[in-house]
Design a protein around this ligand. Structure first.
Ligand SMILES: Cc1cc2nc3c(=O)[nH]c(=O)nc-3n(C[C@H](O)[C@H](O)[C@H](O)COP(=O)(O)OP(=O)(O)OC[C@H]3O[C@@H](n4cnc5c(N)ncnc54)[C@H](O)[C@@H]3O)c2cc1C
Ligand SMILES: *[C@@H]1O[C@H](CO)[C@@H](O)[C@H](O)[C@H]1NC(C)=O
Ligand SMILES: *[C@@H]1O[C@H](CO)[C@@H](O)[C@H](O)[C@H]1NC(C)=O
Length: 350
């Protein structure tokens, strides 16, 4: 029998947690998982994207390799989250109506094939001209999900620990360090989000506003100037996220009061908050987060380092980390199986 080996997963955002859980489910008794991160679900740091996410699922049509890969990951995540939501109300996932209103839809929205490639919902329906507000050129509705992001991350961490997963709060300064954090580490999985040192990585600042006012659907509106407005109810009475900006390379950590005022003014015009609120919002807090983006999309690959050691990279999910999370975790474990880094648990021992 091989001596016990530790697989180190770096990062406890939605990508690291999803990946650590799946490795833990699939690996046999000769491998165990140590989750190492600077920030865990109870922490709030500007450089820890996951707790700041909306988060809702909205497909993105396109034909680039990145778009096709993400469509597959998003579909698998959708099917997985449906099961989780049905079995675990405390996970913070809720299925509800999603509505989209686009004022200047990009060409891929006007091609029926490219739309049906990613809008896989059984209940998908294009909205007719008389069903959308003035100025909207493309509209659709379908059943999607919303996630209370901090609650879902805490739920995954809890599951990981209950199944015997180990955690360590630690900030790595050199990638070689990860191999020294436990005995017999051969594989390190790098789910560090923005990470550091990859010239293709960059951040996209997002400012949103969390309010108490309830809303019954998640609605996304693309404005003529390219700005996106959305409302995302957070399950388990988490309020409603009103957003939001997408500001590449903007490192300002502070919420702008002007942006907040615009977000709320737009939301009161376009989203069906209850009439009693009279356009007034009961603000819980401003949110500023940094989406861990990367040119060309996520880095998902195995890097061989010295003497039989490997790093499996899984970072750079940008603005879609929750939507892609389970698919990414499956792709990571598939890569690990192919490269012989993961030894699957024999069915007989289950
Ligand atoms: C305003 C806003 C709205 C969003 N809305 C949505 C949405 O609707 N749907 C959606 O899917 N996504 C949404 N996102 C995007 C989503 O938040 C990210 O894609 C996701 O959180 C990325 O997860 P991650 O695990 O890759 O990174 P992170 O959550 O940033 O986690 C990175 C982890 O790596 C650790 N780490 C980094 N460096 C080190 C180091 N040197 N040593 C040790 N640990 C380290 C960190 O501590 C952390 O634990 C939104 C984001 C924002 C900001
Ligand atoms: C993880 O990826 C980042 C790039 O974002 C890199 O700087 C870091 O060294 C990587 N960590 C490991 C252990 O390879
Ligand atoms: C509010 O809506 C207008 C379009 O009416 C848009 O130009 C602007 O960017 C939006 N503001 C924000 C912060 O989303």
């Amino acid at each position: 029998m091989a001596s016990a080996e530790t697989i180190v997963v770096i990062g406890a955002g939605v990508i690291g947690l999803s990946t650590a859980l799946l490795i833990q489910e699939q690996s046999g008794s000769t491998q165990s998982v140590l989750l190492v991160a600077r920030d865990f679900p109870s922490d709030t740091s500007i450089n820890y994207a996951s707790p700041w996410a909306g988060a809702h699922y909205r497909p993105v049509p396109g034909s680039s390799p990145q778009a096709l890969r993400e469509a597959s990951q998003a579909l698998r995540t959708f099917n997985y989250l449906k099961q989780v939501a049905a079995g675990e109300p405390a996970a913070g996932i809720k299925f509800l109506q999603g509505i989209e209103h686009l004022e200047t839809p990009p060409p891929e929205y006007l091609d029926a094939q490219s739309v049906s490639n990613v809008y896989h919902f059984e209940d998908f329906r294009s909205l007719k001209d008389d069903e959308v507000p003035a100025g909207v050129k493309w509209g659709a509705e379908y059943g999607t999900y919303v996630i209370n992001s901090p609650v879902y991350c805490a739920y995954m961490l809890r599951r990981f620990i209950l199944k015997g997963g180990r955690t360590q709060q630690y900030t790595l300064v050199n990638s070689k360090e990860a191999f020294a954090l436990a005995n017999n580490v051969k594989t390190v999985v790098n789910c560090s989000g923005t990470g550091f040192g990859d010239p293709k990585s960059f951040i996209i600042r997002g400012q949103t506003c969390l309010v108490r006012n309830p809303v019954s659907a998640t609605i996304t509106r693309q404005n003529a100037d390219g700005a996106w407005s959305f409302c995302i109810p957070r399950p388990l009475e988490g309020g409603t996220v009103i957003g939001g900006t997408k500001q590449p390379h903007d490192w300002d950590p502070n919420p702008s009061p002007e942006i907040r005022a615009q977000l709320l003014a737009n939301a009161s015009k376009w989203f069906p908050f209850t009439p009693e609120s009279g356009g007034q919002f009961d603000v819980i807090r401003d949110i500023v987060g940094r989406r861990p983006a990367r040119e060309g999309g996520m880095r998902l690959e195995v890097e061989q380092v010295e003497d039989g050691k490997s790093i499996v990279h899984a970072y750079g999910a940008g603005g879609r980390g929750f939507e892609l999370s389970r698919g990414v975790a499956e792709d990571v474990t598939a890569l690990m199986l192919e490269s012989g880094l993961l030894r699957v648990q024999a069915k007989a021992t289950l």
